[in-house]
Write a protein that binds this ligand. Structure first.
Ligand code: AMP
Ligand code: MG
Length: 539
């Protein structure tokens, strides 16, 4: 069935007024069994399964912008129909909920079948923009893919996904979004530190929204089991639905499609690097086929600039998913996807070409980003590579806040003769007093002198240059400790910090001086506090 691309307006809070369409369920092979017990599923892309009801669903947070795209007014009732549907207690007529089947490479190893163990897509909604949006609940109970786990999510990780996916959107990073955060009224037990001390925690469900939640792993599982017919059907569906510009599926189209996935993934990761985001679990089952940031788990934001930093305690040993390794891992994951798609193309060279496109696209994007971050016209002068290498060296030499450094670089008076004046706007970026001793400030000042000379060489009008820098160097990011403060508040039934953050993070590049306190260095109390510095996968 073709959905005509007509715009419609719905301004109800009532979800039953939305236009549902279930393309994924209609077009793709279903698991013939509907028994909801953990099992290996074969020759299918999904299993039909309904959410398991919760005790007392209550909406804690709502994204007005996402709601408006779907055609929903801001939920006024925190316990009415919207809470019932988005908490998984009611399936509306026209919805056909399902859990997707996928596998994945986790920490470098093939892990076999994973699947939506605690995610259920309720339906696809044709939004007021005419586009297709999947509504997916995270934490709605067990599915055939739950293995030994409970299919639930705790409040702390749900708040983190809700807030960060919206914040990333406003930073201009490709991402899935979030419509609602629902407290379930149920208790979920988690061993947060994996130290044998499970604790009861409040449960929650996020309704996340994206054109599609298909991952690299959805293709990998089909290829791994040599289910080539299903593999082709999934590829054709994704191309027809989400990459229509590529035309009718064929081996040539598959190759162009892979290239496009490589390009989008490169752009996404270049943006992560730009804003200091560390995903934390770049397994292939967490990589979106649309190049969207997805599956927000133990992610984190760089405070001190450190390419080795990983927020994920499970990754502390190998640092596979640390900040600096993200581009490499993205390409490694794309190679896994290439292997999965090979049976459709039967030719290595276009896939190798796609991987080369990833490198080119990443390098081009990064060059543009660095030029913008530094307020330079282009990185086309002989000393530019050295200027950047020296910058990254001084950022690592002592603990230096990445966000504050780049943001405040725009305030450096490039015409100043005096080192103190050059360095003054950057002092707030240093974490320790030692950094302010001459041993280090002399190095920073020396770099700033070269930088200032380079800026003067470009001779761009200062106001335009500074505005451009401020469009790529955010003032406000979801610092790890800020997310934790929002969680601490909600646990006490106080949503004020979350609301304030959600409001400020909608304009991360604007000064908003009344919120300066949210753009400060991480306070010392948060340096080693759980949730503020290191996070586990327990969620
Ligand atoms: P993640 O590390 O959260 O990306 O999850 C990896 C796999 O484990 C996916 O198949 C998830 O659906 C599944 N999973 C994670 N947590 C749970 C849970 N509490 N219940 C059931 N499945 C889960
Ligand atoms: Mg995942």
């Amino acid at each position: 069935m073709d959905i005509p691309n007509i715009k419609h307006e719905v301004t109800e809070t009532d979800l039953s007024h939305l236009r549902f369409d279930n393309g994924f369920v209609r077009e793709l092979p279903a698991d013939p069994l509907v028994t909801n017990i953990p099992r290996a599923v074969r020759n299918a892309c999904y299993t039909r399964v309904d959410p398991t009801p919760v005790r007392a669903p209550r909406i804690l947070a709502w994204s007005d912008a996402v709601g408006a795209t779907l055609g929903l007014r801001t939920a006024e009732s925190w316990t009415g129909e919207a809470a019932e549907v988005l908490g998984g207690n009611r399936v509306l007529q026209g919805m056909q909920p399902y859990a997707a089947r996928y596998g994945g490479h986790q920490f470098g190893n093939w892990a076999g079948q994973l699947g939506d163990g605690r995610a259920i897509t309720l339906t696809e909604v044709i939004g007021v923009d005419g586009a297709r949006h999947d509504l997916q609940l995270k934490g709605p109970g067990k599915t055939p893919y739950s293995r030994t786990a409970d299919g639930r999510a705790v409040l702390r990780s749900s708040v983190r996904e809700f807030m960060c996916s919206e914040a990333m959107h406003y930073l201009g990073v490709a991402t899935t979004r979030a419509l609602s955060l629902v407290a379930t009224g149920d208790i979920v037990v988690r061993d947060m530190f994996y130290d044998g001390n499970p604790e009861p925690e409040p449960g929650a469900i996020v309704c996340r929204v994206a054109p599609s939640f298909v991952r690299f792993g959805n293709f990998e599982i089909l290829a791994a089991h040599k289910e080539f017919d299903e593999l082709r059907r999934l590829a054709d569906y994704v191309i027809t639905q989400h990459f229509p510009q590529l035309g009718a599926p064929s081996p040539t189209t598959y190759a162009q499609w892979f290239e496009e996935i490589c390009r989008r993934t490169a752009t996404m990761v270049a943006d992560w690097m730009r804003v200091g985001f560390v995903h934390g679990v770049m397994n292939t089952d967490n990589m979106s086929i649309l190049g969207l940031t997805m599956d927000y788990g133990p992610y984190g934001w760089l405070e001190g600039y450190d390419p080795q930093w990983t927020p994920n305690t499970t990754d502390a040993e190998g640092r596979r998913y640390c900040y600096g390794n993200q581009p490499h891992i993205a390409q490694w994951n794309l190679l896994r996807l290439a292997n999965a798609l090979y049976p459709l193309i039967n030719d290595k060279s276009p896939l190798e070409h796609g991987l080369a496109v990833f490198s080119d696209a990443f390098n081009t994007a990064t060059g543009r980003i660095m030029a913008d971050k530094l307020g330079l016209r282009e990185l086309d002068q002989p000393g530019d590579d050295r200027l950047i290498a020296e910058l990254l060296e001084i950022l690592q030499a002592v603990e230096t806040d990445m966000t504050l450094f780049y943001r405040n670089l725009a305030a450096t008076p490039v015409d100043a003769e005096n080192d103190n004046a050059l360095i003054a706007p950057l002092r707030r970026a240093f974490y320790s007093e030692d950094a302010l001793a001459p041993a280090h400030t002399n190095k920073v000042a020396a770099w700033l002198r070269s930088y200032a000379a380079r800026v003067r060489h470009d001779a761009l009008p200062p106001s335009g240059r500074i505005a451009r820098m401020n469009r790529v160097n955010p003032k406000y990011v979801l610092r790890n400790y800020l997310a934790q403060l929002a969680i601490d508040g909600l646990v006490q039934d106080d949503a004020s910090m979350m609301k304030r953050l959600m409001h400020v993070l909608q304009r991360p590049y604007d000064e908003q001086p009344e919120h300066d306190d949210l753009a400060e260095r991480r306070p010392e109390w948060a340096r080693n506090r759980p949730g503020c510095s290191a996070l586990s996968c327990s969620s």
